[in-house]
Design a protein around this ligand. Structure first.
Ligand code: FES
Length: 112
């Protein structure tokens, strides 16, 4: 089973975390199942950007982003070349390391 390492995030996992999930699971589902309650405002239907993560390692092992995901990502806070919407990023057999951005678009609206 692939391991997902998560960088420390002040709200979701202050000390960082390491979880496992079966291949074929989306990163978002894996996080939620392990009580890392990343935002998922559209209930994982690829219609928001709140589940944005940056894949620091293992990016190429994931399924490719479809056009709809790419379009949404353009609007995400803190976009990077290795950004994915975690509900659309499906684990293969390989381990991945992810970072949850400090803000999502919801926070950005409230604070800026
Ligand atoms: S939860 Fe909305 S796009 Fe992933």
């Amino acid at each position: 089973m692939p391991t997902i390492k998560i960088f420390p995030h002040p709200e979701y996992c202050p000390k960082g975390a390491e979880i496992t999930a079966p291949a074929g699971t989306s990163i978002c589902e894996a996080l939620l199942e392990n009580h890392i309650n990343i935002e998922h405002a559209c209930e994982m239907s690829c219609a928001c950007t709140t589940c944005h993560v940056i894949v620091r390692q293992g990016f190429s092992s994931l399924n490719e982003a479809e056009e709809g995901e790419e379009d949404l990502l353009d609007r995400a806070w803190g976009l990077e070349p290795q950004s994915r919407l975690s509900c659309q990023a499906i684990l293969a057999q390989q381990d991945v390391t992810i970072e949850i951005p400090k803000y999502s678009i919801n926070h950005a609206k409230e604070n800026h």
